[in-house]
Design a binder for this molecule. Structure first.
Ligand code: 3UK
Length: 554
């Protein structure tokens, strides 16, 4: 490892042992970074130095923020952090805010000062904030004052947290401190392999894991995925919904635009209707959001709404072919599917428009390699379903966590997804490996059944899980949210079952169909399958107690 620029060595000390690291690959031209590297300098200061400080970085409801304005704000925060709040290189800083300019400014200030960012989702409760504070031993937090309540509670739960500074008003606010500080700051001389970000996974199953990323990793996702697949230009205006604490949002809404000197629109809350309105208002050209958001926007589209858009990235969960087709038909645009993971920081499989295949996730992003392996770690033949394994310039390094050994096998990152690679090298998503439904000895992937249901005109959204069944082990159970104006009925349920039988192998059809008003989703846009499975389990137990057959088609 290179000579660290950190004086607080906690992050480096808590990296996994080197033999448990994935193999990192830097063969792609453009991924060889200098030994001394601070990503904030590369992504921000460089533009001002090159005389492009007047370019617009952010479009906000209150006006535009240029790269130079933003740099001055970042520098003031750097001075507050290092001169008044005791931040030393390597110190962790928790950030808590919705997506807005101050969130990004504090983020970049921590990076530039050589600190380690721990960004958190706005909806987290005190207990969920206390966990990363303790795990990453965080002494300082910067927080939007509107989110103070849970932050203060977290502070009482985690004594490690010595100080919380709020922005957004008050005599002792961050802005008040900034006002007295100069707008220049010399960036910390960090090594390219110094940790700059600990991204916690959402932890829908088990305790969240802290994924550690280096300064060079922040550059690598720009130079691998963004430069080769997305290919933005400096006139692009990025927009989207994912929180910046979710690395899908960090890359898509901050790092990628800044890598090319483009601009971004940050929305504090971006449900599909708001996102659509903002695309129109700001004439955005590149959008980042979840598959279901594209599907939801389709129903609201008015002519001319999204004429400015030229690229639409979908990630976070599988993009059903039905959604791809419908978007293409309505807009003429090809959705760019891509699978990413917090462990790998961003997207590692995904194709540009010319080479993508609707329904497939795509091919490995230049710089990454991917393959499908069996339970023993051996490669399987094309056409066979197995576990996805990937390696490249970024990869899994958990903060002091035994689960490192589960994610990294023989130098490959094993993401927990069941995939099939075809003869042409395209990767086809099946399901999360532990989400496969086993019914009467058949393996059935829930997302495939969902994909079939979504081609029925009455279906808005759906989730398909296995439900315990005394005869078959599990049966396929579908939770279906109907389009507005469509009423649920046993006849419609039967029709959906027949529809699925016509679309995919008949044994995959949902033997139980339940109509719901909404489906449970995470803040990152993923269907909460765990919750649906629990619900299915309860319903099965209830039906068994009533000695009635499992509620079929109702
Ligand atoms: C699933 C997908 C099918 C898959 C993420 C883009 O989602 C991101 O990170 P997370 O750690 O979850 C990772 C898991 O999510 N997934 C993501 N994208 C797809 N499944 N098709 C897709 N296109 O199970 C993966 O293992 O929350 C996505 C960029 C950065 C990210 N962190």
């Amino acid at each position: 490892m290179l000579k660290s620029g950190h004086t607080d060595t906690f992050a480096r000390d808590n990296l996994p042992p080197q033999e448990q690291w994935p193999d990192f690959r830097f063969t792609l031209p453009g991924l060889q970074y200098p030994e001394r590297l601070n990503c904030a300098v590369e992504l921000l200061d460089k533009w001002v130095e090159q005389g492009k400080g007047d370019r617009v970085l952010m479009h906000t409801p209150d006006g535009k923020i240029t790269y130079a304005d933003f740099q001055a704000t970042v520098n003031r925060i750097c001075n507050v952090l290092t001169r008044r709040l005791g931040l030393v290189p390597g110190g962790r800083v928790l950030l808590r805010s919705a997506n807005n300019p101050m969130m990004v400014a504090t983020y970049f200030a921590v990076l530039k000062a050589g600190g380690v960012v721990v960004a958190t989702m706005p909806l987290l409760r005190a207990k969920e904030l206390a966990y990363p504070v303790q795990k990453a031993q965080i002494a300082l937090a910067l927080c939007d004052v509107r989110l103070a309540e849970e932050m203060e509670k977290a502070k009482t739960m985690a004594p490690e947290l010595q100080r919380v500074v709020y922005w957004g008003g008050g005599d002792d606010s961050l802005e008040a401190m900034m006002a007295d500080e100069p707008d220049t700051f010399e960036a910390c001389d960090t090594a390219s392999d110094d940790v700059c970000l600990i991204g916690f996974t959402s932890g829908t199953t088990g305790v969240p894991k802290g994924t550690m990323h280096f300064h060079r990793d922040m550059m690598a996702i720009c130079d691998a995925y963004a430069m080769n697949v997305l290919r933005p230009v400096e006139d692009d205006i990025f927009i989207g919904s994912p929180p910046l604490a979710f690395t899908f949002g960090l890359g898509g809404l901050v790092l990628f635009p800044m890598r090319v000197g483009a601009s971004t629109v940050l929305l504090e809350a971006a449900p599909p209707d708001k996102l659509l309105a903002a695309i129109k208002e700001y004439k955005a050209t590149v959008s980042f959001t979840a598959p279901t958001a594209y599907r939801a926007m389709l129903d609201m589209l008015q002519p001319g709404d999204i004429d400015s858009l030229r690229k639409c990235v979908s990630a976070g969960e599988a993009l059903p072919k039905a959604t791809w087709d419908a978007w293409h038909e309505a807009t003429g645009m090809k959705l760019l599917d891509g699978i990413g993971a917090t462990e790998l920081l961003h997207i590692f499989i995904g194709c540009p428009e010319e080479t993508l295949r609707p329904g497939a996730t795509g091919k490995p992003v230049p710089g990454y390699e991917a393959k499908v392996i069996d339970d023993h770690g051996n490669d399987v033949l094309p056409g066979t379903i197995g576990r996805l394994a990937v390696r490249g310039p970024t990869g899994c390094r958990y903060l002091a966590d035994d689960r490192q050994k589960d994610y990294v096998l023989n130098g490959w990152n094993v993401t927990g997804d069941a995939y099939m690679m075809d003869e042409d090298g395209y990767f086809w998503y099946q399901a999360r490996s532990d989400d496969m439904i086993i019914s009467s000895g058949y393996n059935i992937a829930g997302p495939e059944v969902e994909g079939a249901l979504l081609t029925h005109p009455a279906v808005a959204f759906c989730g398909v899980v296995g439900s315990p069944d005394p005869d078959r082990g599990q049966i396929v159970k579908a939770y279906v949210q109907l389009k507005e104006g469509v009423s649920p009925s046993p006849e419609l349920a039967a029709e959906l079952q027949t529809h699925v039988k016509n679309e995919v192998a008949p044994y995959k059809y949902p033997r139980a169909v339940v109509f719901v008003d909404t489906l449970p989703r995470t803040e990152t846009g993923k269907l909460r399958r765990v919750e649906l499975r629990e619900r299915a389990q309860q319903e099965a137990a209830r039906d068994a107690a009533n000695d009635a057959p499992q509620s079929k088609a109702g």
